[in-house]
Design a protein around this ligand. Structure first.
Ligand SMILES: [Zn+2]
Length: 241
């Protein structure tokens, strides 16, 4: 009898979120950008870090056919996500807004610079006391056959698991091309941040079909709205992010 254990406030939040998600899905399938104002409930006022994976010296994985680097795709999707979240009233902090890394003038090996880059990203999130941290990446595998977006959460963070599940469910529902589940993992930024943090691998750049999709403007928009829809779902479940 889970219903009776919920407060009226939570039920209301849940119903509003369900209505918004239905509306969002309808508009995305129709190919139109959803009306952002309908999604602002639960997101407004939250401090959300959007972290486009890689950048600058670090290209990330590279598309097999197009040779497009991961860092370009993660930035394009992050910008779309940041714009949508801002319009919904969130305070968005991006770890980078151009093709740069955060290692600064530091001398050293690529690995040392990469470590410095990641620690600076974490520092940004801690500095603004963010409510949530979303890191955007593309996946890659030596075999071209694997595809599908997948969200990762930190093993030791129940909140990040709930957040990852919400985002993953919406990626599966809105993109409609895979049935992957959110998965636990141990990554540097997840260990070092204190807020719920997830890594969203938006698809496999090593799969020829998905590589094409990941470069497509409308598909990138659908990914951004799926992630945002996941946040709405999360805020409905948790009362607030
Ligand atoms: Zn990556």
């Amino acid at each position: 009898m889970w219903w009776w254990t919920l407060s009226w406030k939570k039920i209301k939040v849940f119903l509003v979120a369900a209505a918004m998600l239905a509306l969002l899905a309808g508009r995305i399938y129709a190919g139109a950008e959803p009306d952002i104002s309908t999604l602002s409930y639960g997101i407004a006022g939250q401090v959300i870090v959007v972290d486009p994976g890689h950048g600058g010296i670090d290209s990330g994985a590279v598309g097999r056919q197009s040779k497009v680097p991961e860092k370009e795709i993660t930035l394009a999707i992050s910008q779309k996500l940041a714009r949508a979240l801002s319009q919904a009233g969130a305070m968005v902090v991006m770890t980078r807004e151009t093709d740069t890394d955060l290692s600064g003038d530091m001398q050293g090996s690529l690995i040392q610079k990469k470590r410095r880059d990641l620690s600076q990203r974490v520092a940004k999130a801690q500095e603004v006391d963010a409510d949530l941290y979303l890191s955007i990446h593309t996946n890659a595998d030596p075999s071209p056959r694997w595809y599908g977006a997948q969200t990762f959460y930190y093993t030791n963070s129940p909140q990040s698991r709930i957040l990852a599940n919400c985002i993953q469910e919406e990626l599966v529902r809105i993109l409609g091309n895979n049935k992957r589940k959110a998965k636990e993992g141990v990554f540097y930024i997840m260990e070092k941040t204190t807020m719920p943090t997830v890594i969203i691998e938006v698809g496999f750049i090593s799969n020829p079909r998905e590589e094409q999709l990941l470069m497509d403007d409308l598909y990138q928009t659908r990914i951004a709205y799926a992630i945002m829809s996941g946040l709405v779902k999360y805020s409905a479940k948790e009362g607030q992010p």
